[in-house]
Write a new protein. Sequence first.
Length: 480
Amino acid sequence: MGALAHVLAASPVPARSQMGSSLGFHIILACFGVAFAAVTLTAEWIGIKRGDAAAMLLARRWSKVMAVLVAVGAVSGTVLSYEMGLLWPGLMGRFGAAIGLPFSLEGIFFFLEAIFVGVYLYGWRRLPPWAHWWSGVPIVVAGVLGAVSVVAANSWMNSPAGYTLANGKISSVDPVSVFFNAATPYEATHMVLAAYMVTGFLIAGVYAVGLLRGRRDRYHRLGFAIPFAWGGIAAPLQVMMGDVIARFVASNQPVKFAAMEYVARTSREVPEWLGGVLINGHVYLGASIPAFDSILVGFAPGTRVVGWDSVPAAQRPPLVSLIHLSFDLMVGIGIFLLALAAWQAWWWWFHRQLLVTAWFLVPAALSGVAAVTAMEAGWVVTEVGRQPWIVYHVLLVGSAVTPASGVPVTLGVILALYAVLTVVSIGVPMIMSRRWRQETPAQEDAEQVPYGPAPAVASAAGPPGPPPVPGASSGGPEAP
């Protein structure tokens, strides 16, 4: 036990675990910060353009859920900003002048996003319809630009550029080269598409459950169709982008690619492994496709693929089986979501209808969890695959981690904090949903606060609430 305590206190394991836990939680909320506004604005656009009360009711309710998730995301994001300095002083102390730039830009875009979320929420019934719709557009733009900024920092760690070192310290920084390093276009595009897939399929999954339970009204059909369309559009683009990124990694980070694909020795006609666990140099329980990995990398079976034998053992990624299986899981789920979207697209093209059979709705209900799983698996590949480097070929993780001995304690505190935030993130929308099912849209609009008196009592005791949207009651007191 004493030896275990010494390892936990002295090695990078607790720091990496704490950072990984924080990132793994925050990235889900970040997806909603990037894409939820676009889904909400789509519903509002339909509501305004077509006079659709159900779509307008969806937009109003989604905006409330969006506000909750942005608030929780602000908490988890703040924790991450402190962890960068506290857990990795060797990184921030040496390269803070470079990596701090994209983080600073991300902070600016987040503030803009938060400001316009407030304007958008307050603007319901106070702004003209199209003015209110346009007030939500900056949320979409700031969300995407914020995601690009923070991913640029991670991209810089994978492909460092734009700085000059003198006596171990940065003497000059080219901000454009730092931000637009070689990996930024690939990683940023991949992350933004992932955000739209996670957000779209998660929201659609909620309404797929409602449709499975027999709620086949327009409110639930729109609630499913709008976010599913966003996820379905992103899915094929993501699959194509993933193929491009894999070849970029093979060129820019060949040892990481070797771990992703079980390439032990540099060679040609390298097979593609599907699944499998690497034990003592042998792959068990996997299927091999001869020469297919070389074909994927260079479009020819004779393409030379670099193996992890190209570097000393100390510079190879750990947990190779985890990296490979995470990569396979990400790719497999991506193809599954693409097929699901194509199924609905084919049916819509020929029948102009939403698929409501259980054969489609059951996997659709699971698509959100699947998208989150794929995204988390992708980040495992990105972060574990870069090990043992924190800045690729420049700075080792062991040289960047804090020497403090209290990290296991903060790890426990962080896990407890994220358990609470998880309950809040899921529980508050569920409570809101329950209230919406119990009330009509008119009653919902008339309430000043959720814990206040009933609308009839409130109107007798004071000024009336805002008038209901004409025809909004047609949406019904349904689940969000």
